[in-house]
Design a protein around this ligand. Structure first.
Ligand SMILES: Cc1cc2nc3c(=O)[nH]c(=O)nc-3n(C[C@H](O)[C@H](O)[C@H](O)COP(=O)(O)OP(=O)(O)OC[C@H]3O[C@@H](n4cnc5c(N)ncnc54)[C@H](O)[C@@H]3O)c2cc1C
Length: 387
């Protein structure tokens, strides 16, 4: 399968990224998990190495590479076994910068994208609100016009990089009720009236997750991203690549769980033989590996379609739905193959299992994905690209 999707250049890139991660990231993961954040210096190192902007335009400091380089990137990042670390980089490079690259003006790209790809100015994407994340069209954070400024009031929650980022790409209500009244704006952290508090959570420990409040925050209307009242459609458009990315993360996590379990099974002796000789366990690995390999083939295929410009709203939702549930199952089964050690923090499976479980929640819960898929396949609803 690899030869269909990856070239020799992709493999060379994989080797160099892997060497970098093993040297500069892996030895620090335990500390960053304990700190519940990653240091500024690692963003800068990603920027210096070019790894922050694998597919972004070279004009702004990206590498301008094809989509399958970003697939390689994600697969190697997940091998660090810290979704918190992956999210700290990803919420900036994959979410905030995606909106700025997609809808930003030239000035906004110079101010945020270029320093962002250099790892010097870090962003977050703030859509979810305390009153609910699934129903994006009901967002209530209000941006009222005051001449050539907006005054923003409201709050956001569960925001990755929500406390430590330098700016917030936020969804706000500039118009009437419903999907057609939303816009995207960039709010600099130091603007008076912006405050944030850090949240404690079950997994993703190396990621800073925060609640952000906006109290009469005044920003110039030049901070509007794209067109006024088109925010909902921008969010939906970016959701396709975000969900596809989460599907790739899920199959990569599941593969990591299997790889770790297979290594462990070759070493662990019980009843005078290693546990990889027990047929019931061998069959379990065979079954799970078959499911993960099949799911990965679907994800690679969607990346191919996406790279050729197909608008894959339904398929990305399907991929995220299936793969995140599969990852939870595989991580759980593989954790059990470690026996009591699977439950210990000094072994990798406990973190892998709890980190996996955000997959079915973030970026659209499984129920919300089923809503989208059922509307498209039962009611034949269609979504059209706006960008
Ligand atoms: C660690 C973490 C990091 C996150 N990072 C970000 C971030 O960077 N930026 C950001 O904007 N958000 C972020 N989120 C928020 C995430 O996207 C939301 O939690 C998610 O969209 C669900 O929203 P909610 O939590 O408000 O749940 P709700 O919308 O309150 O849903 C509650 C339950 O109801 C179900 N439900 C909702 N609607 C329906 C329906 N129509 N039919 C059936 N069931 C339904 C849901 O599936 C869920 O089980 C993050 C969340 C976490 C936990």
């Amino acid at each position: 399968m690899n030869k269909i999707f990856f070239t020799e250049e992709h493999e060379l890139f994989r080797q160099s990224l892997r060497a970098f991660l093993n040297k500069e990231v892996r030895p620090n993961i335990e500390q960053w998990e304990a700190d519940e954040e990653i240091p500024r210096s690692i963003y800068k190192r990603f920027g210096e190495m070019g790894f922050m902007g694998v597919t972004y335009p070279e004009k702004y400091g990206g590498m301008g590479l094809d989509t399958f380089f970003s697939v390689v990137y994600t697969e190697e990042m997940i091998k660090m076994n810290s979704s918190g670390f992956n999210t700290s980089i990803g919420a900036h490079a994959g979410l905030a910068l995606a909106h700025i690259n997609g809808e930003g003006s030239e000035d906004q790209k110079q101010n945020y994208l270029t320093p962002g790809l250099a790892g010097k100015r870090i962003g977050c994407l703030a859509i979810t609100e305390p009153s609910g994340g699934s129903d994006v069209a009901s967002i209530s954070t209000k941006a009222s016009r005051d001449g050539d400024h907006f005054i923003i009031n409201g709050s956001k929650t569960f925001i990755s990089n929500g406390v430590l980022s330098d700016y917030i790409v936020a969804a706000v209500r500039t118009g009437g009720p419903g999907a057609k009244g939303l816009s995207m704006v960039i709010i600099d952290r130091e603007t008076p009236g912006v405050s944030a508090t850090k949240l404690k959570k079950m997994g993703w420990h190396a990621s800073d997750t925060g609640e952000i409040a906006f109290d009469n925050v005044r920003i110039p209307d030049s901070q509007l991203l794209g067109e006024e009242n088109k925010g909902f459609f921008y969010i939906m458009q970016h959701f396709a690549s975000e969900r596809l990315g989460m599907a790739l993360i899920a199959v990569s996590q599941a593969q990591l769980a299997l790889d770790l379990a297979i290594d462990y099974m070759a070493e662990r002796e019980v009843f005078g033989r290693t546990i990889d000789k027990f047929q019931v366990l061998r069959h379990r690995i065979a079954q799970l590996s078959s499911e993960v390999t099949s799911a990965r083939a679907f994800v690679y295929l969607l990346y191919k379609q996406y790279s050729e410009g197909d608008y894959i709203i339904k398929e990305a939702a399907m991929a995220k739905l299936v793969t995140t549930q599969l990852s939870d199952k595989v991580c759980y089964e593989c954790m059990r193959l470690f026996g009591g050690y699977g439950y210990m923090e000094s072994y990798p499976m406990a973190r892998l299992l709890r980190d996996s479980q955000l997959g079915t929640i973030g970026g659209g819960t499984s129920e919300v994905l089923c809503e989208i898929i059922s509307k498209m396949i039962i009611d034949t609803k269609e979504y059209k690209a706006v960008i």
